[in-house]
Ligand binder design. Structure first.
Ligand code: MSP
Length: 515
């Protein structure tokens, strides 16, 4: 059997509650996981929490908590978010878990033994917010960009990893593997970055300054730099060092946001893997940012969107739909509550929800709740079927190319077509006629509407798993777990007893304080 598809997300910092960006990344990875499973592939999906470092230590201190207590409550909050968003992960790693700490120590020792780590004095600038040493070239117009927060000057002895030795190798690797970073323009940015010499990576923090970390095995006065610690989660979670590890590694898709590609994932992570003699991930998928009024969301600006409040107000699947439909993977998107509400009402409640409830109502009124056979096909019926047949490969291609917005646009285009079909055939008029030809046409129309809705539900499964399952159950069948055999226009619903008329997406009043 071939290796399962291994999918990861970034692990979120445990110093604050989940926000829209975290929710998006998990849903995005989940849609990849669910669509891969529906394509018949085995999947292993990892997400988790990044619990060490200065930010966590400081936040805990400011709240009068032990860092571990803060992490425990955040782990609860992030896992609740996953549950409420129907994230289908197989594992949730926390970097304070013993299984992770053991691997960080083993990896550090291995690199040290290989002569890839040395001790030296560092004098220069440091950003506590980014937990990163800075260089003059990080200044913009002479100033430190806001993402670094307050920048301080430090003089410290630390351990360094010889990543500079691998600069040429990395350049060659990325050039030879153009698909290893998606979208392609991000790979070009990495190549641009690599035109300047890279410096060795400081991989330690003195315990005297930062106690909340994993002690280095070769010098217990230091803890591991939080980024090295965090990156290792991708291999510690699947048993690095044990036989089972190679059943999953290399990762197939590592989902991250654009802010942590350079240098963390594109440089540190790839070189670390090379040093460990491990193959690189097949694809690093880099998504853009959700912005609030064109600006990055941040606690200090007070414009952070809370995903939990949104899923209090909207069905969780509707929120998932909005995230996938609105953002084109790789680009930024502006979050707008009004747009969420508009898409909810026009696309979900109207084009999908109303169509289903009208159909169920008609089936109960005209055919005793049973899906009738389609025996009388007119040109319009055949046309509908052809439209569907042309759509399937397009949606497949979109799913495989991470174009989830395009996939949803195509499916909802078909739903519009199905609504037009219903209007044109007007089954409510046909039902009034005693003519057997009209009755046959009525039956064929209801059967086609049911089949069209079934097929759309199957294709929507990865994005709206609960809605898709509900639609199929209401149509009298078990929800599809695979695409295969389920996307062909068929008569599988014939004779099925349908459920009661259901409102999938109830009307939502605009609320001034929903976000
Ligand atoms: N802990 C590190 C990642 C370590 S991975 C080995 C980190 N954490 S984070 O909480 O700041 O961010 C977690 C993920 O959320 C990142 O991929 C980041 O890009 C993403 N997002 C954070 N804010 C975002 C938006 N406003 N929009 C979309 N995603 C963004 O970085």
């Amino acid at each position: 059997m071939s290796k399962p598809i291994y999918i990861t997300t970034a692990i979120d910092y445990a110093n604050g509650l989940p926000h829209l960006g975290h929710a998006y990344e998990k849903v995005l990875a989940d849609v990849i996981a669910r669509s891969s499973r529906m394509m018949g592939k085995a999947v292993y999906f990892l997400t988790g929490l990044d619990e060490h470092g200065q930010k966590v230590q400081q936040t805990a201190a400011s709240q009068g908590l032990e860092p571990q207590a803060l992490c425990d409550s955040m782990a609860q909050a992030f896992q609740d978010l996953c549950r409420r968003l129907s994230i289908s992960h197989d594992d949730f790693i926390r970097t304070t878990q013993e299984r992770h700490k053991a691997v960080v120590r083993a990896v550090s020792q291995k690199l040290f033994d290989a002569g890839l780590i040395y001790k030296a004095e560092y004098q220069g600038f440091y950003s506590p917010r980014a937990e990163q040493f800075l260089q003059e070239k990080d200044r913009v117009d002479g100033q430190w960009p806001e993402i670094f927060g307050e920048v301080v000057e430090v003089c410290e002895v630390n351990y360094f990893l010889k990543i500079s030795l691998y600069q040429d190798w990395l350049l060659d690797y990325i050039q030879a593997h153009p698909d290893c970073i998606f979208p392609h323009f991000r790979a070009k940015q990495v190549l641009e970055f690599l035109k300047e010499p890279i410096k060795d990576l400081c991989i330690s923090r003195p315990k005297s300054r930062l106690a909340w970390g994993i002690p280095l095995p070769f010098d217990e006065d230091f803890v591991s730099y939080v980024w090295v610690d965090a990156l290792i989660n991708y291999i510690s979670a699947i048993g690095y060092g044990k036989a089972e590890f190679l059943k999953l590694w290399p990762a197939d898709v590592q989902v991250i946001g654009k802010d942590i590609l350079i240098p963390a994932h594109a440089v540190y992570w790839t070189i670390l893997l090379k040093m460990l003699d491990l193959p690189l991930p097949k694809c690093i998928l880099v998504h853009g940012w959700w912005l609030a009024s064109g600006d990055k969301m941040s606690k200090s600006k007070g414009n952070v969107v809370d995903p939990l409040r949104l899923i209090d107000a909207f069905p969780s699947d509707a929120f998932r739909y909005f995230l996938m439909r609105e953002m084109h993977v790789g680009q930024d998107s502006n979050f707008s509550y009004d747009l969420l509400l508009a898409r909810y009402h026009s696309e979900l409640a109207n084009d999908l929800g109303n169509l289903l409830s009208r159909l169920l109502h008609m089936l109960h009124s005209y055919t005793e709740g049973l899906v009738p056979p389609a025996t009388q096909l007119e040109a319009i019926d055949t046309q509908l079927r052809h439209t569907w047949e042309a759509l399937v490969p397009k949606v497949f291609e979109a799913y495989q190319g991470f174009d989830f917005s395009g996939a949803l646009e195509a499916v909802f285009g078909f739903l519009k077509e199905l609504n037009r079909y219903a209007e044109q055939k007007a089954p409510w008029k046909l039902a009034k006629s005693e003519d057997p030809v009209a009755t046959e046409s009525l039956h064929s129309t209801l059967a086609s509407m049911a089949e069209g809705l079934r097929l759309c539900a199957v294709l929507l499964g990865p994005v709206m798993p609960q809605v898709a399952a509900t639609i199929q159950t209401l149509l009298g069948i078990l929800p599809a777990t695979q695409f295969e055999g389920m996307l062909t226009w068929s008569s599988m619903l014939e004779g099925k007893r349908v459920g009661e008329k259901t409102i999938l997406f109830p009307r939502i009043e605009k609320s001034a304080n929903a976000v």
